[in-house]
Design a protein around this ligand. Sequence first.
Ligand code: HEC
Ligand code: HEC
Length: 151
Amino acid sequence: MKKLMLALFAIGAVISGSVFAELDNPGGTGGLDSLRGETLLEDTRPADAFKDFPKEHAVDSSYVYQPPLIPHAIRNYEVSLNANKCLACHSWKNAKEMGATKISVTHYVNREDAVLADMSPRRYFCLQCHVPQTEAAPLVGNDFERVQSLK
Ligand code: HEC
Ligand code: HEC
């Protein structure tokens, strides 16, 4: 019994110790700059403003097989279990009438390399690969360069 009490006491001391440690360290960025900028840990930073999406095709591909950037706004376009707004214009059935580029044959190939009669489920969530083009500074600096043949 005495041992148990001692053990409980020890655990209690460790837990309350860590609580005090937290109180002694009220946050701050500790001199580190993260993607949240200089916002303190305990603060919520205001969200960035929405970006403008230029309508002209402004950004060219940087490498072969790059998913083309989306040259139009996509706000409120639903892509969910029930609906895929993108396909309302980009499916082979609708593309001509809507004046949109139809999804390419690669979007019909499944992971066993079989060409399906309809779009492959692995291509359903368009925004996994395609993003709207916009002038956005990279979140983290890098020295990526366009592939030589497309320069
Ligand atoms: C109302 C019809 C419409 C809808 C809905 C639509 N698009 Fe488009 N999209 C177009 C048209 C038209 C173009 C081509 C011309 C343009 O806008 O410059 C295009 C162009 C594109 C391109 C560029 C193709 C290329 O070859 O460069 C991509 C990628 C694209 N859309 C993806 C999407 C995705 C992803 C969605 C859903 C989030 C979507 N679109 C929804 C009409 C639509
Ligand atoms: C797994 C990544 C991926 C997903 C998901 C995906 N795409 Fe693509 N898409 C690509 C790549 C890569 C290309 C360029 C190479 C090619 O044509 O296959 C492309 C090309 C395109 C093009 C241009 C075709 C052309 O002939 O120039 C359109 C339009 C397009 N995708 C629309 C869509 C739409 C709409 C969806 C959702 C229904 C979608 N994509 C889902 C990767 C993807």
